[in-house]
Design a protein around this ligand. Sequence first.
Ligand code: BG6
Length: 478
Amino acid sequence: MGLKAPPDQDVVVVGASGDLSARKLLPALYNLSAEGLLPRRGSIVGAAPVDMDDAAFVDFARDSVHKYSRTKPTATALDAFCKRLRFVRLDPKAALRDLRAALKRPRRVVYLAVPPSAFETLILQLGAADLGAGTSLIIEKPFGHDLASARKLNRTIHTVLPEQRIFRIDHYLGKETVQNLLIFRFGNSVFERIWNRDAIARVEITVAESLGVEHRGAFYEQTGAIRDIVQNHVFQVVAITAMEPPVSFDAEAISNEKVKVLRALQPLDPAAVVRGQYTAGTISGQPVAGYRSEPGVDPKSTTETYAAMRLRIDSWRWSGVPFFVRTGKRMAIRDTRIVITFREVPLHLFAGTGVSAVDSNRLVVRIQPDEGIAVTFVAKVPGPEVTIQPVNMNFTYGSAFKTSPPEAYERLLHDALDGDHTLFIREDEVERGWAVVQPVLDQPPPIVRYGAGSWGPKAADALVAPLHWHEPGEGDGL
Ligand code: BG6
């Protein structure tokens, strides 16, 4: 990674016995430790209101590392990691005072790996336990559940901590392929000059998951796809795709440009939004249940598991270029991509050769899986006749770098420990994201159904008509 060990400090994971801690945080901390990228001195303190002690927490951590680590753990590295682990059992009545007693260093990062409903109380408790000074806070999404609650949460946090010590996490920013968008756009001279309304006809962003809501039904009922994916992950991808070149590569310069895009992004028109919910179906040959039958879900639920929309960015660069977005659970495959379709040639010199409007030049950024970038252009099919056909130039991470991208959480945890905000979300970005989706939260369009294993409800096709949503496999280099 070319990174260095951050300054000495403790790492506190509040909610250490939970799912996020087991699947992502402990394995990420282990890998940082194994690569020498944790502070040289400092404990990793797990905290949760459960019956655990240091030894039980070490067992829990070992188990999560074995199950979920990106790299196969070695005994030496795992032992060294486990030596740093401590556990504090939180008594809800003691309001984090026990945590304070367990912290020996003047500086620490506190990760709130807890349900969003607990954020405010815990932040106030941090202040009351006199832990504000010396603490940086990492806070998970969703940050608030609408504009008013996000503003309130920002105000509450600021009574305890200044903005420079708040790290609002969006793990999409930790993905190599999302960071690479900045390099792709601003490190190459060929693309930026055609990255605008003169050359680009439309942009399409798909975040498709084949997984359902799994055991998170109760959480998801209060969230839905717009709050879970669109307001944060998708808007961050839109902002990086559409932003102007920043004056430098530092956090403030990048956030300034992202927020300009979000300001130009017009509040959603509910008529240009489709909300869907999956019914029973089949994925990879396996029957799967419908959303309303998932554990923790209301059998009459109107929470959306799919959302598609047309976004409008009223800026000099993008005026008139539609940005189409769709995201859903229980879709046919897991696939996150950005598809940039360029304008057609001004004159079809080869009319009658089978090349139509859908064969315009296209650039597909495959965020995951099969990370890479493909450019589609047409070529002459060898032979005496003039027959042309789309072909691809394709870059894949696997073959170019002989490695798969590291876990997003490793990079993000390291950067927060190092005080670097570049890959985190600033207060104004998060609030503007909510302002854009607020009209749909206020007046949600009715839910339409789609079968699990499909590409979402038919109603979403009308949004992009007379064209069609990009099909995976269509000029994507795969
Ligand atoms: C999380 C959402 O933020 O992102 C989940 O809460 C979703 O519902 C996940 O499954 C998707 O992340 P990724 O990295 O698999 O695209």
